[in-house]
Design a binder for this molecule. Structure first.
Ligand code: PGA
Length: 236
């Protein structure tokens, strides 16, 4: 793992944006894996300001809430359209997010996994890290799923996401998420994390034992991971 220590969120976002801009400049038809959450907002702003040409880029997102249509402000489709896609010249038809309102969620997971297979290895996969060490919505457990699955969100994730809702009872309990094998199927994984609250879990992910109880620790097995952090993490 290559770890870059940023001074603050702004610097983290700028460094991460530079990686994406270089990727798309060198390979205009890049396949990018994207993420949602509070952490990537600054990075997406930077990409919007960059003027970089995304017209030939294809994107795949990590996950989506079960039951939320793309028009719902809390859906990840809405988040992506609002925070990134409307700011760059990517073609919306080349952007992919699992469909949270599919009648048969299991079938939707199969469709998404087949799509990932068809698109092939991503050039970059962006990741955040949950306070519980999740990546995508691969939640800590004794076993993790390899391919796209319907997942029950943990209490910690529901609480972390409650900040976006009027009431915690409105937070979806389930999501569709890429599996760990699919998340790892990228040439380069870029994980961003900021805020002192993420320092301990990031330390476990980067330097701790590899365990399914900290899904991000599995990234230690990937040959090309860049962590850009503004959590105050110290090297071990
Ligand atoms: P956050 O979420 O960026 O909102 O902290 C990260 C994650 O859960 O992956």
């Amino acid at each position: 793992m290559r770890i870059i220590h940023a001074k603050n969120k702004e610097e983290m976002s700028k460094i991460a944006a530079q990686i994406f801009i270089e990727q798309v400049t060198n390979k205009p038809d890049s396949l990018l894996g994207l993420a949602t959450g509070g952490t990537p907002v600054g990075l997406y702003d930077e990409l919007g300001k960059s003027g970089c040409d995304f017209s030939r880029v294809t994107s795949v997102n990590l996950d989506e809430y079960a039951g939320l249509p793309g028009e719902n402000e809390n859906s990840y489709r809405y988040f992506m359209n609002d925070n990134l896609f409307r700011k760059i010249n990517i073609k919306l038809e080349n952007t992919n997010v699992p469909c949270g309102t599919a009648e048969d969620l299991q079938a939707e997971c199969k469709r998404y996994s087949a799509l990932l297979n068809k698109l092939g290895t991503r050039d970059i996969q962006l990741l955040g890290i949950g306070p519980n060490g999740h990546i995508g919505f691969c939640e800590p457990d004794t076993e993790l799923f390899a391919t796209c699955s319907v997942v029950d969100l943990t209490e910690s994730t529901i609480q972390a996401n409650a900040r976006f809702y009027n009431d915690i009872s409105e937070v979806p309990r389930q999501a569709l998420s890429m599996g760990v094998k699919e998340i790892m199927d990228a040439k380069h994984i870029v994980l961003i994390a900021e805020g002192a609250g993420k320092k301990e879990i990031l330390k476990k992910a980067c330097f701790g034992k590899i365990t399914t109880q900290v899904p991000a620790s599995l990234l230690q097995l990937h040959p090309n991971v860049t962590v850009i952090e503004a959590t105050g993490l110290e090297e071990e």
